[in-house]
Write a protein that binds this ligand. Structure first.
Ligand code: ZN
Length: 396
């Protein structure tokens, strides 16, 4: 009888803990591991760029852009180690490596030659497939930080060499054919034929949209797509019949290849030219590049939303590396702009600014990005998503 009473008491104590346990099921107890990570970067896009593009596409009361529909929204500081105003090299290196770098450095500290692995490299160590997609040269600063370590962003041929010979990024789509096989050495003194090296290393190399789609159709394992000598053509200048793929098409092709890896993948997609439009204070250029980037986000969202499993296993982050131009919408004042109309707007400079940038995200661990953060914090969320330990103050 005493034994039975003891059991009942123990049972009652256990039951009384149940509500406590369930109230402890906050975000901190949910797994932050993600099978797939997709980071999409509208380079140099400020919040007013979003306003201008949305009004142009849908009107002031219209639907949001696709990336605006993500549930977690925060903003990040962008300064580099040595400058209040960052460049793309230092800003993207902070995401890829989790620490501040000087402007011009690609995941590499020039003072002592030190560096740590990038998120792409960490993903590779976990057996994941990896991809880089951009509308600039694929060796430009923002894609470079994920797959190379070099003291200057101008060493684009050395970056190409590292992609192929050292890192082995599985899928690369963008411009920059000339960087892989230049007539003159780059700033690091590197020259050579890294297209030939890619072929020797088992890459299929393609130069047109049809060749890209054909390679995707036959399930190429490693694919290098170099669709222009330098950057790709801006959206507003594209001929109708061009064989140059657009950002959404490259994103779709990359996903179709990367999804074949059973261990998942890491993919970076950059809308590189929003930045260049702001450097040029060119509104049509800015809006068309922002909207093309948003179409690429739709491709990623469609891929994710195709199954509830993908949705729970994929971390998606949309973030600009820095603002450019200090762009603001000034009008029309006193009446509402219409869809299809360019807003009245102005820029404060032709260079980058220190304005914080917005972070839109969804998926495992993304709630940590829905607040005021530093750009290095993105690294820790992605690192944890890959299943690596994150310690100290960053484990919040
Ligand atoms: Zn720039």
């Amino acid at each position: 009888m005493q034994k039975l009473f003891k059991r009942i008491v123990i049972l009652l104590i256990c039951i009384s803990f149940i509500p406590l346990l369930s109230s402890a099921q906050t975000n901190d107890y949910i797994s932050h591991r993600a099978k797939n990570i997709i980071i999409m970067i509208p380079d140099g896009m400020g919040l007013s760029d979003v306003t201008a593009a949305r009004i142009y596409k849908n009107g002031p009361n219209g639907a949001p852009l696709y990336f605006e529909t993500l549930p977690n929204i925060g903003y990040q500081r962008t300064h580099s180690a040595n400058s209040t105003v960052t460049d793309s090299a230092a800003a993207a290196s902070a995401w890829a490596c989790g620490e501040k770098f000087n402007n011009d450095e690609i995941g590499y500290h020039s003072e002592d030659g030190s560096y740590n692995p990038t998120i792409l490299e960490l993903a590779k160590y976990k057996g994941k497939a990896t991809g880089l997609v951009a509308t600039s040269t694929i060796t430009h600063a923002t894609p470079a930080v994920w797959g190379a370590h070099v003291n200057s962003r101008s060493c684009e041929t050395e970056i190409a060499r590292q992609y192929i010979e050292a890192t082995g990024v599985d899928v690369m789509f963008g411009g920059g054919r000339k960087k892989f096989n230049p007539d003159t050495p780059d700033k690091c003194g590197v020259s050579g034929d890294f297209i030939k090296m890619a072929e020797e290393k088992g890459y299929a190399v393609v130069y047109t949209k049809s060749q890209m789609e054909e390679a995707v159709g036959r399930g190429a394992k490693k694919l290098l797509g170099l669709f222009a000598d330098d950057a790709l053509t801006p959206e507003k200048d594209r001929p109708v019949d061009t064989e140059e793929p657009r950002l959404p098409e490259m994103t779709k092709a990359a996903l179709a290849l990367l999804e074949k890896n059973r261990n998942g993948f890491f993919l970076m997609v950059e809308g590189s030219q929003v930045d260049w439009a702001n450097h040029g204070n060119d509104l049509e250029y800015q809006i068309t590049e922002t909207l093309a980037f948003d179409e690429a986000v739709k491709v990623a969202l469609d891929w994710i939303n195709a199954s509830s499993r993908r949705k729970s296993e994929t971390l998606l982050i949309i973030v600009a590396d820095h603002d450019c131009g200090g762009f603001a919408v000034n009008g029309p004042y006193g009446r509402l702009a219409k869809a299809g109309e360019f807003v009245e707007a102005g820029w404060t400079s032709k260079g980058h600014t220190a304005q914080d940038t917005i972070v839109w995200s969804q998926g495992p661990g993304s709630y940590k990005l829905g607040r005021a953060i530093d750009n290095t914090d993105l690294y820790y969320v992605m690192r944890e998503a890959l299943g690596y330990k994150v310690s100290g103050k960053q484990n919040k």
